[in-house]
Design a binder for this molecule. Structure first.
Ligand code: GLC
Length: 415
């Protein structure tokens, strides 16, 4: 059972006052308790309802209803934005992709929260950063995410550490076994931005500075990163079909034995293990000259500025991000928790042997740029890369890297 909100806070919320102070960044709240709706991306591992039921049993007057948004990150954003622009009170708690904090805060769609109410110092530090914008806390970390390389232990002797090793092994397996060598999320959407950012980082570069103010992409690194994917498509060890893959399609392709290697998030591990047993393992993403670097993913929980039950929404967030619930997020949902100590828990490590690799990957992961127009930057990245993947000639890599850079610069210049 959680402690109730401190009395003073509860009084301030109920009175509709804004609590302020240097440290809490001017947290506000218009109070209100009652039933709430939790809007979040599709529950692909079907774990959420039992966790919500626990809250509902203990809070009969403040029940939470799950509202599942689409699976793809871009579509989730579109639906939330439409709702919030209409100032609708339909959503109370938002399961917000880590890339959305700046945009939602800047538009006044979510409320700042009081830092002292959440055990942030026990969460993974880079994950907490994703919830902070202009020195205020706008959401509470809920799940983290880092990309991993899934591979088939029955087909691979030694997991690859570099792109060259991955390419050689994937090429050979494709030839011998007539299955796909490697795939990630290559459809034109946020997942492709993630995959391409990882390729750029894993070649030692960066697309846009972390503070979102400067395009730092070097066209030659961009061309190298693209070149790796284009070569795979030309030579056939990246199957053509992967140009239609989001997370779920690539998960299925791997667990159904149609791929030797796949880039995916950790939530694909549980189902892959159930299908393939000991024939599946994960390792860090490979890079140009050694281990690569993942893009930092994940979701934070925010309170809608238009919610009529903001006090309940905050209490619910405290419950849902508590240590007890976060353990279930991992054991029942296969999602990476945000509490640091869970990654070192011997019982969990035994059950999820990839936890140490995952922790390392999260701590080494790069966050996507913080920019209220992040969505526009990402659309340029994903559509440019999709264009190159559709025409995988070596020249296309260089051309696309140059035009992508200037389009990104244009967005940052005119915002
Ligand atoms: C995962 C990540 C999220 C990312 C998305 C891209 O859901 O957690 O941060 O934007 O994948 O498809």
């Amino acid at each position: 059972m959680l402690r109730p909100l401190p009395l003073l806070m509860a009084v301030l919320l109920a009175a509709g006052c804004a609590a302020s102070g240097d440290d809490d960044g001017g947290a506000q709240g218009t109070g209100g308790t009652g039933p709430i709706t939790f809007a979040t991306g599709r529950d692909t591992t079907a774990y959420l309802q039992p966790l919500l039921d626990r809250w509902n049993q203990a809070h009969p007057a403040e029940k939470v209803t799950l509202l599942e948004l689409p699976e793809a990150a871009d579509e989730q954003r579109a639906q939330m934005v439409a709702n919030l622009q209409a100032r609708s009170s339909q959503y109370d708690v938002l399961g917000l992709d880590v890339i959305l904090t700046a945009e939602f805060a800047e538009n006044g769609w979510i409320i700042p929260l009081e830092r002292g109410l959440f055990p942030l110092d026990r969460f993974l530090p880079p994950v907490v950063e994703t919830a902070i914008y202009k020195n205020k806390l706008w959401a509470v970390p809920y799940t983290s995410n880092a990309g991993l390389l899934y591979y088939r232990t029955d087909l691979v002797d030694k997991p690859p550490r570099t792109w060259a090793e991955l390419r050689d092994q994937a090429r050979e397996i494709t030839k011998k076994r007539k299955i796909g060598g490697y795939a990630g999320q290559f459809l034109a959407y946020e997942g492709l931005t993630v995959n391409f950012s990882e390729a750029v980082q894993s070649a030692g570069g960066e697309l846009v500075s972390r503070d979102g103010t400067e395009v730092t992409l070097s066209p030659s690194v961009g061309a190298t990163a693209l070149g790796f994917l284009l070569q795979g498509l030309r030579e056939g060890w990246i199957p053509q079909e992967s140009l239609t893959y989001k997370e779920e399609e690539s998960r299925l392709a791997f667990q159904e034995g149609r791929l030797a290697f796949a880039r995916n998030w950790p939530h694909a591990y549980g189902p892959a293990k159930a299908e393939l047993g000991d024939k599946v393992a994960v390792t860090r993403l490979p890079g140009l000259n050694g281990p690569g670097s993942s893009t930092l993913g994940g979701a934070n929980l925010a309170v809608s500025a238009f919610s009529k039950h903001q006090q309940t929404a905050q209490e619910f967030i405290r419950y849902f991000t508590s240590l007890e619930n976060e353990r279930r997020v991992l054991t029942e949902g296969s999602f990476p928790p945000v509490w640091t100590e869970l990654y070192d828990d011997p019982e969990l490590v035994e059950r999820f042997p990839y936890l140490p690799v995952l922790k390392e990957s999260i701590l080494a992961a790069r966050a996507r740029p913080v920019n209220a127009n992040y969505n526009q930057l990402s659309l340029v990245i994903a559509s440019s890369v999709a264009k190159a993947l559709g025409n995988p000639t070596p020249e296309s890599a260089a051309d696309v890297a140059v035009s992508m850079k200037s389009e990104l610069e244009e967005i940052i210049r005119t915002q």
